[in-house]
Design a protein. Structure first.
Length: 87
């Protein structure tokens, strides 16, 4: 194993690999693994769609500044702006 291998900045050791192998050989509770969520949490009952949008660096900087001023993420700010515009 390469000495440069890390997980979240922590070096992976041969002992850790052996422990993972022992755990895998003992088997996993598949039902418990399937219950674990993957990806980002949903925003509602239906899946959300990703919409690509091209902005200039100036537009993006203005958007980020306004979002920060309102203590919102970029996505929250855009969703709120769209909801206000559509109302």
């Amino acid at each position: 194993m390469s000495v440069d291998e890390t997980i979240d900045g922590v070096p992976v050791t041969e002992d850790q690999i052996a422990a993972w192998a022992t755990e895998a050989e003992a088997g996993y509770d598949v039902a418990a693994l399937k219950k674990r969520g993957r990806g980002r949490p949903g925003r509602g009952a239906e899946p959300s769609q990703v919409v690509a949008l091209r902005l200039t660096s100036e537009e993006l900087a203005q958007l980020d500044a306004r979002a920060a001023h309102e203590n919102k993420t970029r996505s929250e700010f855009i969703r709120d702006a769209l909801a206000a515009y559509a109302a």
